[in-house]
Design a protein. Structure first.
Lengths: 57, 248, 225
């Protein structure tokens, strides 16, 4: 196990690369998902607003 | 056939389709990723010259392949958007750009992390590294141009032209190691000839490449869904989806 | 194809307008000379060092000067509305674009190239190296202008487009720069510069034939907004 983590002395380089890859991939999934949620909420609010406005008139 | 293509080009169909497909793609991606990383980090034997540092290849090379692949795909979307004026192609183009930029950045940084122990330097101004850096600027240019123009349809058309003009960089990057004497090693993996890499090392690499492609699909679908909502706030399909959500 | 008389009218009007605005040409020219002068002052007057980096200095300065002149390419026409008229009314927009760029090249870039021998001599370049330098500039500056014009027309609708223009143009300028300087360096080292020169010529022909269409497409996009 320690040999695996040690990576023949190159631990810093190999594990930083893997970690960076995971972080970047996670970011590119989480960021659009959050934006999607925000956009959908905004669109829903606008829709409800317009629907209520037309109900009043 | 044309009817089928036109159905696929509609935002309504795309939004619903992507919503159903994304969970399956995620499962596929995780499976491929775990298999590839296990094969690459644990199973593959250490390299004769480079020791365990060569394992960076399992993120560096797939990321680099994706950076080129995504730009070519963007150029295809751009061509479709310009010639056939299909809005979905415009959205797919601009949604791909951040993903492509991320992969290019990843390729550059992991390459740097690999270069330091192997070549003794974080960076070199040889043909392949420089042209890959230029690719990153091309991606930033696409994103910057789109963000700077207010009207989204004009912005999409401008960005399509820009992507098509910039596609000349892709063959330069790919062939840079053949045309110039570079510090970066030449090509070892080939689609036509026998690759010069041992199968135990090659197989996880191909699995990681496939995993990254699936990931591109996931990220692209997510971003496209988001952009579609932003672009067409008053459309019928969006209102139908909101009503479904409210009535849930 | 246009009649010869219409063509003559187009050419003469473009050249007349460019000539009337010749003070605009002064800016990039002055910039070019200034940059080339600053380097010996900043790096130190060692002749060997200057001789080695002279091709790079001149090429970079020329590139930046051309980049500077690009933001004003269709600026006045866009702002006073004649661009829309041009796009809508011109029989062949491609020909108009080519003529405009030709006028731009002759009035802004050609003086720059004519100044190069003086600056090159000041940096200690020998005659045969200067000859190669001039050839690379003659072949390379049209590429810079044409490709830059594509980007300039794409960013026309954006008010402060200077930085974005530089970012967009950089990936496509770098190959030209590299081939230009490698040709000159080859001559300086005593090798033949034929290889890079042929590649520059290819780039020149490619951009001459393809970029007008991209420019026209970009103009139509910008005007339709």
């Amino acid at each position: 196990m320690t040999e695996f983590l040690y990576m023949g002395g190159y631990a810093f380089y190999v594990w930083t690369s893997i970690a960076l890859a995971i972080v970047i991939l996670l970011f590119n999934v989480i960021s659009p998902s959050m934006k999607h949620g925000r956009n959908l909420r905004q669109a829903t609010d606008l829709y409800l607003l317009n629907r209520n406005d037309s109900d009043d008139t | 056939m044309m009817k089928w293509l036109h159905t696929m080009a509609s935002s309504a169909w795309f939004y619903r389709f992507s919503g159903r497909v994304i969970p399956w793609l995620m499962i596929l991606f995780i499976a491929l990723l775990l298999y590839g990383l296990y094969g690459g980090l644990v199973l593959a034997p250490a390299d004769y010259q480079q020791g365990d540092a060569f394992r960076i290849i399992y993120v560096h090379v797939p990321a680099a392949w994706m950076s080129l692949f995504i730009y070519v795909v963007m150029a295809v979307y751009g061509f479709i958007a310009l010639v056939w004026r299909i809005k979905l192609a415009e959205v797919l183009l601009i949604s791909s750009a951040p993903v492509g930029a991320a992969f290019t950045f990843l390729a550059l940084v992991t390459g740097s992390l690999w270069g330091k122990p192997m070549w003794g330097t974080w960076w070199s101004w040889d043909a392949r590294l420089t042209s890959e850096l230029l690719l990153l600027f091309l991606y930033f240019g696409v994103m910057g141009l789109y963000a700077a123009i207010e009207d989204k349809r004009t912005a999409s058309k401008a960005v399509s032209i820009l992507t098509l003009v910039g596609v000349v960089n892709i063959p330069i990057i790919h062939y840079s190691v053949t045309w110039w004497n570079t510090l970066h090693q030449g090509s070892t993996v080939s689609m036509t000839d026998k690759s010069s890499m041992h199968i135990d090392m090659l197989a996880p690499l191909l699995v990681m490449a496939l995993a990254f492609k699936v990931y591109y699909g996931i990220a692209l679908l997510l971003r496209t869904r988001t952009e579609l909502i932003e672009r067409e706030p008053n459309s019928k399909w969006l209102k139908a989806i909101i009503e479904e959500k409210i009535n849930d | 194809m246009m009649q010869l008389s219409k063509l003559y009218l187009l050419v003469s009007s473009e050249f007349l307008t460019a000539f009337r605005n010749r003070h605009e040409a002064l800016n990039p020219l002055l910039f070019f000379v200034l940059v080339c002068l600053l380097f010996p002052l900043g790096i130190g007057p060692s002749p060997v060092l200057l001789n080695t980096i002279a091709p790079g200095i001149i090429w970079c300065a020329a590139l930046l000067a051309i980049l500077m002149s690009l933001s004003n390419l269709f600026r006045t026409e866009y702002e006073n509305g004649t661009l829309e008229l041009m796009v809508l009314a011109t029989h062949s927009l491609t020909v108009l674009v080519i003529i405009k760029l030709l006028a731009h090249w002759m009035l802004i870039v050609l003086p720059l190239i004519l100044l190069t021998p003086f600056i090159a001599s000041a940096l200690g370049m020998s005659f045969d190296v200067q000859l190669t330098l001039l050839s690379t500039l003659l072949l390379g500056t049209p590429v810079l202008l044409l490709v830059g014009a594509v980007m300039a027309t794409l960013t026309l609708v954006i008010p402060q487009n200077g930085m974005l223009l530089a970012l967009l143009v950089l990936p496509l300028y770098v190959p030209v720069l590299i081939f230009g300087t490698s040709a000159v360096n080859a001559t300086a080292s005593g090798f033949s510069a034929a290889g890079p020169l042929y590649i520059l010529a290819t780039l020149c022909v490619l951009s001459l034939t393809l970029s007008p269409f991209a420019i026209v497409a970009a103009l139509k996009t910008g005007v339709s907004q």
